[in-house]
Design a protein around this ligand. Sequence first.
Ligand code: FES
Length: 64
Amino acid sequence: MYICLCHAVTESDIQNAVEHGACTMRGLRDELKVATQCGRCATCARTCLNQALAEIAGDQEMAA
Ligand code: FES
């Protein structure tokens, strides 16, 4: 699903960015340019970021 239409950023793109170290909205902006044009995607992008971070934290907890 597209999260940022201005830059064609998908939910998968955000998940991949988080897996490769992006952990803040600034990181997503730097890597994907998400929320840098009209800004309408910022809230949804933040939700995706938080979900991806929670998934990674859950995976690490299960591995420990
Ligand atoms: S939809 Fe993301 S900047 Fe416009």
